[in-house]
Design a protein around this ligand. Sequence first.
Ligand code: FMN
Length: 162
Amino acid sequence: MTEEDVADLRQSLGKFATGVTVVTCRGDRGPCGITANSFSSVSLDPPLVLWNIAKVSHSLSAYLEAEYFAINVLGADQRDLSHHFAQSDHTVFNGIEYNSSDHGVPILLGTIACFECRTRQVHECGDHYIIIGEVERFRSNDGEPLLFYSGDYLRHGDKVGS
Ligand SMILES: Cc1cc2nc3c(=O)[nH]c(=O)nc-3n(C[C@H](O)[C@H](O)[C@H](O)COP(=O)(O)O)c2cc1C
């Protein structure tokens, strides 16, 4: 594919509106968090979910080695958290409030849902790895979701496609 084709593909893929999550784990050098919208449910029995991480991510090794991770689903008022964990230096948890799971994985506060997972499978796939986890604990709260569409966040009431 040409560079132009890749840009067109990216734009077309962006037409699929998603929620936004921060995937957290406990790395050798401390807590890690990365903004990800590749989260998807896979199976209810057993309860499996997946997300994808880019091979170029600075925290790739932490997630590939992590036995446990958590999917923190962001609410509409958590855009700052999404920005924070989309930076390259997203291993820094300074100023970020969180609890720790029984396995030491950071659990962000004020999210609308959280899935604590044990890593089950890792698949190398193109320029990403697919990470599949079994949900061991989960919870959800009321609240509007943070939504991502066409490369930007959607505000409540925004007209999609305009
Ligand atoms: C809304 C949104 C969704 C993202 N989804 C993913 C994703 O699913 N997987 C991924 O590897 N990076 C994703 N990213 C990019 C990472 O959050 C991060 O910007 C990137 O990994 C840069 O840091 P790093 O190179 O140190 O990992 C997303 C970014 C944003 C803003």
